[in-house]
Ligand binder design. Structure first.
Ligand SMILES: [Zn+2]
Length: 151
């Protein structure tokens, strides 16, 4: 089994199992969702990254101070490539807005966070139980199997 420890191996994996095009399309979809559908906040630049994040679906970090060059705070949102390829729907519907809620200042998964999520999406925030999305290793194996079955 091919394990992935760095970006080059990730690129190799995507090529080997022919997920390059699919990932590019999904990246575009995520960018459209994040930049076109979610309201722009003043003084906040949103950056979107795609990585192997292990068991984490997505992460968000916001710079504490103003970025010197841009005069803005910067929110970095990352999305797990394996979860995205395995279940793009759940990522765009739930994980992306979840991370965006963090970006705009709701850090705890409390009542206010869930209200913000509802306002943003019109959806009730799901429970992130262990089986909300299959574990990363399972997603990876199933994606590899799916690719091998295709002509
Ligand atoms: Zn969270």
């Amino acid at each position: 089994m091919l394990e992935i420890y760095n970006e080059d191996q990730m690129r190799f994996w995507l090529k080997k199992f022919s997920y390059e095009k699919e990932l590019e399309d999904l990246k575009k979809l995520c960018k459209e969702t994040l930049f076109d559908k979610f309201p722009q906040r003043l003084n906040l630049i949103r950056c979107l990254w795609f990585k192997d994040l292990g068991e984490t679906y997505g992460t968000c970090s916001v710079s504490k101070g103003f970025n010197e060059f841009r005069g803005c705070r910067v929110a970095d949102i990352s999305i797990n490539i394996f979860h995205l390829l395995y279940t793009p729907d759940k990522i765009t519907k739930y994980v992306l807005p979840h991370e965006y809620c963090h970006a705009i200042g709701f850090w705890e998964h409390d009542k206010e966070f869930k209200q913000a999520f509802k306002l943003l999406t019109g959806l009730v925030h799901p429970d992130y139980t262990d089986d909300f999305i299959a574990p990363r290793s399972v997603c990876k194996i199933l994606l590899e199997e799916k690719a091998s079955c295709q002509p």
